[in-house]
Design a protein around this ligand. Structure first.
Ligand code: ARG
Length: 458
């Protein structure tokens, strides 16, 4: 009968099918570094409070260091009967240093251990995600100065609405990604709390020092309720929710650029190194990378859904269901990381088709709203001005011309006190230039935002 950590009460060996069904080492081996880091801090604490001797602590710390190296060099043997990463490392330690290794699990349970490992892992993953988001923001900001000469149609309902500067688009995504970064920072506050010391779920009668462990592991606080530690997976849900929003933001951008790179839009040429071809149609250059960024979002949403359903209705404290939290968290992180990694060079490498954009920019009467605002400034009530411009657009549409092509008589017919000066507000460039409100697409406002972003992103 294989020696299990719990075998005292059992007189039957575990069925092989159960070992295979219940194992998690196939995926939680990814936590080996965090598990060892947590164990080293725990051992030092046991030594500090006198539960193990200085020599025993040294043996444990050294043994754990050797095990880490073995795992990193691919020399470590994983076996399903040892269930999870925690058991593997503990057993390897016992095999190496004997009875001293049997003291490491003093005042500890796998329940507070796994919670701590995951908190350490998520803390690191938050840092990595944040720096990749910053890289993507830098890619957008890096485009801005060079694209200040480009006016794009802005859309609502995917119908041409008002003209905007291309950098205004880029900075809109920077804002969204900044909120994601803020959410990550906020999630980190609740993640960076020490669980160790909660033991199984009631704490321990042994004289442990949780503050010392927290300080050594870089946690900002010590969790105040052992039942809560053992059952809490909120931090994982928050992290994956934030990853989901990042994926959603990337997905909307990907969709937009897929459209923009079509012949129908022709706004954008994607870098060929980030496109793929067709095996049958020789002329094709497809935006597969963008499509996969959009498509992989579904996986991230699925991971969030899995976690939400997983924790629903679990009574306190630890339940084995919680072992199932890891695959969706790891997959969501890996997926978003991969998407962010290709997004930044794609953003940096795409080229705007200035000529094609300009050629059709005066279609869609993008200056109509600015004309209406000009009338409002001349004391025409908004509703009246709206109707008046609407009628002028109808005339222009009928004749297939721009508002600026209408003769002055059309304007004066609508409003007798309009004169030649009306032409000074028409046209897409003027409509953009007229924008002055904070956060608008006017060149001065956008220029200020670009400068701000450069400072913020360093
Ligand atoms: N592999 C387990 C998990 O990931 C570790 C905790 C197991 N605890 C227990 N009492 N069986 O959740």
């Amino acid at each position: 009968m294989a020696e299990k950590a719990w075998n005292g009460v059992f007189d039957e060996a575990t069925d092989r099918r159960v070992e295979e069904f219940t194992e998690s080492v196939s995926f939680d081996r990814r936590l080996y570094a965090q598990d060892i880091e947590g164990s080293i801090a725990h051992a030092r604490m046991l030594e500090k409070v006198g539960l193990i001797s200085d020599g025993e602590c040294q043996q444990i710390v050294q043994g754990l260091g050797e095990i880490r190296r073995e795992i990193e060099q691919g020399r470590f043997q994983f076996r399903v009967e040892l269930e999870d990463i925690h058991m593997h490392i503990e057993r390897a330690l016992i095999d190496r240093i004997g009875d001293t290794g049997r003291k490491l699990h003093t005042a500890r349970s796998r329940n507070d251990q796994v919670a701590t490992d995951m908190r350490l892992w998520v803390r690191e993953a938050i840092g990595q995600t944040d720096s990749r988001l910053a890289d993507l923001q830098r890619a957008y900001v890096g485009r801005c100065d060079g694209d200040m000469d480009v006016i794009l149609p802005g859309y609502t309902h995917l119908q041409r609405a008002q003209p905007v500067l291309a950098p205004h688009y880029w900075l809109a995504y920077c804002e969204k990604l900044q909120r994601d970064r803020d959410r990550l920072a906020d999630c980190r506050r609740r993640t960076n709390v020490l669980g160790l010391g909660a033991a199984a779920m009631a704490g321990t009668s042994l004289p442990i020092d949780r503050d010392a462990v927290a300080a050594w592991l870089g946690f900002d606080a010590v969790a105040a309720n052992s039942l809560d530690v053992s059952s809490d997976r909120d931090f994982l849900l928050e992290f994956v929710f934030t990853l989901t929003l990042i994926a959603e933001h990337l997905s909307t951008w990907a969709e937009e650029w897929i459209l923009w790179s079509t012949v129908e839009f022709s706004f954008l040429k994607l870098p060929q190194a980030f496109c793929t071809g067709s095996s049958i149609m020789p002329q094709k250059v497809n935006p597969d990378v963008l499509e996969l960024i959009r498509g992989k979002t579904a996986r991230v949403v699925g991971s969030l859904q899995t976690l939400l359903v997983l924790v629903k209705g679990l009574p306190l404290a630890y339940n084995r269901d919680l072992q199932e939290d890891k695959p969706p968290v790891f997959d969501a992180f890996d997926t978003v990381r991969a998407s962010l990694e290709v997004a930044a060079p794609l953003v940096a490498g795409a080229e705007l088709n200035r000529e094609a954009i300009l050629e059709r920019l005066d279609r869609g009467h993008l200056d109509a709203t600015t004309l209406m605002e000009y009338l409002i400034r001349r004391n025409v009530p908004q509703r009246t001005a709206h109707g008046l411009v609407g009628r002028l657009v109808r005339k222009a549409l009928k004749r297939g011309v721009r508002l600026s092509d209408l003769p002055l008589s059309d304007f004066t017919e609508e409003s007798p006190d309009l004169d030649e000066r009306v032409y000074e507000v028409l046209g897409v460039e003027r409509a953009v230039a007229a924008m002055t409100s904070y956060g608008s697409t006017g060149p001065e406002q956008v220029g200020r935002q670009i400068a701000d972003w450069k400072v913020r992103l360093g």
